[in-house]
Design a protein around this ligand. Structure first.
Ligand SMILES: [Zn+2]
Length: 298
């Protein structure tokens, strides 16, 4: 009886260790949530602030967000110049949470925001010199997975082996995804296209694609008549594609392509139409590739 209860106690304590609560992890946007969910798989589930069809651009915090933020032990975000609405609440968290700003992590590829011609510095990003849409480069996604695993292991060393194992599985999946997309996108390398807002240069640079401009100067500011004229001139060629985004008004696109023979498609850089979860990152990247290919293939 004594042995039995000792065994029971041992089992119970092992059980507790195995189920030690995972740290409360908060991510700002769905693509980062997907990568964190993959790293935490089998342990906890990360939270995400911008859910559903919301966009990081012009996002306003809700009361419910404040509660989620205040409970976070680990936060992964792009950085103060990108999710400007998070600067104050994260400062208020102080040292109670480990906050990782991915734009400041060494080893990630950062590109300067494009300006001039049909590009313009995205004022919504606070006039930032660096482009914050860094998750759209799969090499960066791998670096993010590594940083997440490292950070979580430091905060929750008991589950370090799980984070490391999940990270290497996620990295292998990202490599496979990258190869698949490279092959899929090869035939459209030289095809020009116009995007809704300047979100895709990491994707374009990585896969050698050729966008020629964005409709909006800023993701939440409408383009004026002068800009529409400029873009129309640029669009003179046949087979051009103009891409809308699910969270923004598509009326502008109709005005823009009127009488030009251009085609339209939709790109969803934040995965706003996709269900959050570990598979969202691959779905998002495949969605971009599929929509580009289907519009740009004659
Ligand atoms: Zn954006």
């Amino acid at each position: 009886m004594k042995a039995l209860s000792a065994a029971f106690l041992l089992a119970a304590s092992l059980c507790t260790a195995a189920h030690a609560e995972a740290p409360r992890v908060l991510t700002s946007i769905k693509p980062l949530h997907a990568l964190a969910a993959a790293v935490m798989d089998g342990g906890g589930t990360p939270d995400v602030l911008i859910k559903g069809g919301g966009s990081v651009h012009g996002y306003t915090l809700r009361m419910s967000d404040a509660a989620v933020i205040s409970k976070a032990q680990v936060v992964f975000w792009i950085g103060p110049e990108f999710e400007t609405f998070l600067v104050r609440p994260l400062n208020a968290l102080g040292k109670s949470a480990r906050v990782v700003s991915l734009m400041e992590v060494p080893g990630l590829t950062l590109l300067p925001a494009r300006s001039g011609g049909l590009w313009d510095a995205d004022i919504d990003h606070g006039g930032v010199r660096k482009d914050g849409h860094l998750w759209l480069d799969p090499t960066n996604a791998k670096a993010i997975v590594a940083v997440m695993a490292q950070t979580l292991s430091a905060v929750d060393p008991e589950n370090a082996a799980r984070y490391a194992g999940n990270a290497s599985a996620a990295t292998a999946q990202l490599d496979a995804l990258d190869g698949e997309l490279r092959e899929k996108l090869a035939p459209i390398h030289s095809k020009p296209f116009v995007v809704f807002h300047d979100a895709y240069q990491y994707f374009e640079a990585h896969y050698g694609l050729r966008s020629v401009g964005s409709i909006t100067v800023s993701a939440d500011r409408a383009a004026g008549a002068k800009r529409i004229d400029q873009i129309k001139k640029q669009m003179g060629t046949d087979g051009m594609c103009v891409f809308a985004e699910p969270q923004f008004e598509p009326k502008l696109i109709d005005t823009l392509i009127e009488g030009t023979g251009a085609k339209t498609g939709v790109l969803d850089p934040e995965g706003s139409t996709l269900d959050a979860g570990p598979g969202l990152y691959a779905d998002l990247m495949r969605g971009l590739a599929d929509n580009l290919v289907s519009c740009l293939t004659p």
